[in-house]
Design a protein. Structure first.
Length: 291
């Protein structure tokens, strides 16, 4: 009896330990179902509806909407904004990342917080800040009026707003790459007589290329899709200061729903391309880390 008792208790404990696993097997399925239902309500169904509304009368009307003069002007203006804001933020991001990752200086945490400022405030507030600075009654308003320089309700204000909201991405993607890469190879190249620009092009840039490309993709997506800040500073004037996101809103308000949804499809395709490129870069980064 004494020999069999431990065996009896041992088998009973194993049975009891297995029961909670069997009873809780439905929990992962429930959580996955809730996640899919939530994504369907806020992402999948609205996205499908956008494409349905754009193509419900056929492909012909869809392409006809894309040849409307107001749409072409908005698309062209959006492209110009991205072509200006992305290079500016690339240069700024690289300089800021280099200074933060390679130097320890007082106020470093404050600089990082300032770079992250567009993440923490509403784009509408950012646009209002630009108006309070460069508007007619703003801090620099009298000077700008005296020199006949128009910032608000004009293209320069749209550039400022777009550059502000898309500012952090390059710096935030490059800083951790530089910190992980270290400065040993750069110092070795300097010891061998390489100049600063040679060190950057041949040593630093190849090591940060994936992080830089990732930041460029995110910067371009934010620049082309920004609505709030640009809406405040542009005035949303058709054929003058109307970007593609603003065109979607204005066309919908004017009951030109097909044109609005057609433009929204292009913005949605931009998001899809961004996600695909993002996934490709993440896979390349993981492969590099494994190697």
């Amino acid at each position: 009896m004494t020999v069999n008792e431990p065996r009896f208790h041992s088998s009973g404990s194993n049975t009891n330990a297995a029961k909670p696993k069997q009873q809780n097997s439905w929990v992962p399925t429930l959580l996955i179902g809730i996640a899919i239902a939530y994504l369907a309500l806020i992402q999948y169904i609205p996205a499908i509806n956008v494409f349905f509304q754009a193509f419900k009368k056929g492909i012909g009307p869809f392409f006809a909407n894309l040849t409307h003069p107001a749409f072409l002007h908005a698309a062209w203006l959006t492209l110009i904004l991205a072509l200006i804001a992305v290079p500016l933020n690339t240069v700024f991001g690289l300089c800021a990342a280099w200074a933060i990752a390679r130097h320890k200086f007082p106020g470093r945490a404050i600089v990082l917080s300032i770079i992250d400022l567009p993440f923490s405030i509403s784009p509408v507030v950012a646009g209002l800040m630009i108006v309070l600075l460069y508007g007619r009654n703003g801090w620099f308003g009298p000077f700008l009026q005296a020199h006949d320089i128009k910032i608000i309700f004009a293209f320069p204000g749209m550039v400022l707003a777009t550059a502000f909201v898309s500012m952090p991405f390059v710096a935030r993607e490059v800083i951790p790459v530089l910190e992980e890469f270290g400065s040993d190879q750069e110092e070795a190249a300097k010891t061998l007589g390489a100049k600063d620009w040679q060190i950057f092009w041949r040593v630093t840039l190849p090591s940060i290329r994936w992080g830089l490309l990732y930041g460029l993709i995110l910067t371009n997506a934010r620049a082309m899709g920004e609505f709030g800040a640009v809406s405040v500073v542009s005035g949303n004037i058709a054929d003058k200061t109307q970007s593609l996101p603003l065109f979607v809103e204005d066309a919908y308000k004017q009951y030109e729903t097909e044109a609005a949804f057609s433009a929204a499809v292009l913005l949605g395709l931009l998001a899809v391309v961004t996600l695909i490129l993002k996934e490709i870069l993440e896979r390349k980064t993981r492969i590099k880390d494994v190697e």
